[in-house]
Design a protein around this ligand. Structure first.
Ligand SMILES: Cc1cc2nc3c(=O)[nH]c(=O)nc-3n(C[C@H](O)[C@H](O)[C@H](O)COP(=O)(O)OP(=O)(O)OC[C@H]3O[C@@H](n4cnc5c(N)ncnc54)[C@H](O)[C@@H]3O)c2cc1C
Length: 285
């Protein structure tokens, strides 16, 4: 198993901000994953997928990086397609299958970076479709054992699941075939994202959660924060709820910007914004 010491986290998040992780391991199969988990159970484990929804400073623990735990199994039965994918599989591989086999709805999750494990852990979604709409069951590690749970027994809500603190090994999905032109629909969504989100920049997922009956991006925009920049970090001029790292930003700069934004929005609307992106000053272990 590949194991690295004192790793710069800049290379492991899409926003390219990060300090040093004490230790990072890269399991390539189920037994290596389990072994890594058992070995480091008491060492502040963090499971990392594509790093598109996390912001790190230094990390004094062990990061299990799922990048090489990447396999996908597909079975067709009449108008249904069953997929079992390991947690490091890029979500875009499932979108590719959706295009090949004309699968309904899952195509709406195109255009953002995600691993299967990261998407399951936070029930990723877009355009009123969530990854849990297609889940049949999940294999994960609990008390050093591999456990399977069927969907009915899993706790999940909007962008939140019980797997946030449990390592997901595989997702089992069931998709339905359709006659729609999925390739065309994927292209449409990609174009829409391209025009509304800062896709070709160093960015991460939505910064703040949408407060009840509001959109965080709109509140930030109305508070004058769209395009606002502090040193090398700013809110995108395309979409105020996305951070952009203009080159060499640090977690400290991000913290200052986020505090400033929260204060501005609170003063303007009496609404407290809550972070959606996971930051290591919150996940301090
Ligand atoms: C431009 C852009 C657009 C985006 N648009 C959307 C969107 O429309 N909808 C949306 O939902 N998200 C969006 N995101 C956010 C993000 O891409 C998704 O939430 C994605 O699912 C995160 O997956 P990841 O592999 O990058 O997870 P990471 O960022 O690596 O991790 C996120 C969380 O999942 C946990 N995790 C990762 N792998 C596992 C595992 N195997 N087992 C247990 N826990 C695990 C981590 O510990 C962490 O808590 C966007 C991001 C970007 C950069």
């Amino acid at each position: 198993m590949i194991q690295l010491k004192d790793v710069s986290l800049i290379d492991f998040t899409t926003i390219k901000i990060g300090g040093i992780a004490k230790f990072m391991v890269f399991p390539q199969n189920e037994s290596e994953f389990l072994e890594a988990y058992k070995t480091h159970k008491n060492d502040n484990i963090f499971i990392l997928g594509k790093g598109s929804n996390v912001l790190f400073g230094d990390y004094d623990g062990v990061i299990i990086n799922t990048k090489y735990f990447n396999s996908i199994y597909v079975k067709e039965e009449k108008n249904k397609v069953f997929v079992k994918a390991s947690s490091g599989t890029p979500l875009k591989d499932i979108i590719r299958i959706a295009i090949e086999k004309n699968l309904d709805n899952i195509y709406k999750l195109t255009g953002f970076p995600a691993s299967v494990g990261g998407a399951i852990a936070m029930n990723a979604g877009a355009y009123n479709v969530d990854i849990f709409d297609f889940i049949k069951g999940v294999w994960y590690i609990e008390d050093k054992e591999i456990v399977y749970k069927k969907k009915e027994d899993i706790q999940y809500t909007y962008r939140h699941t019980e797997f946030e603190n449990k390592p997901v090994l595989y997702g089992e999905f069931v998709f339905e075939k359709t006659n729609a032109n999925i390739k065309g629909l994927v292209q449409e969504i990609n174009q829409k994202r391209q025009s509304t989100q800062p896709l070709n920049t160093l960015t991460s997922g939505s910064t703040f959660k949408n407060p009840k009956n509001h959109y965080a991006g709109k509140l930030l925009e109305e508070a004058g924060l769209k395009g606002y920049r502090l040193k090398d970090i700013g809110f995108s001029p395309k979409h105020a709820n996305f951070l952009v790292n203009y080159q060499n930003s640090t977690l400290e700069d991000v913290k200052n910007l986020l505090e400033y934004a929260k204060e501005k929005v609170f003063k303007a609307f009496n609404i407290i914004l809550e972070l959606s992106i996971l930051t290591s000053y919150i996940i301090k272990r």
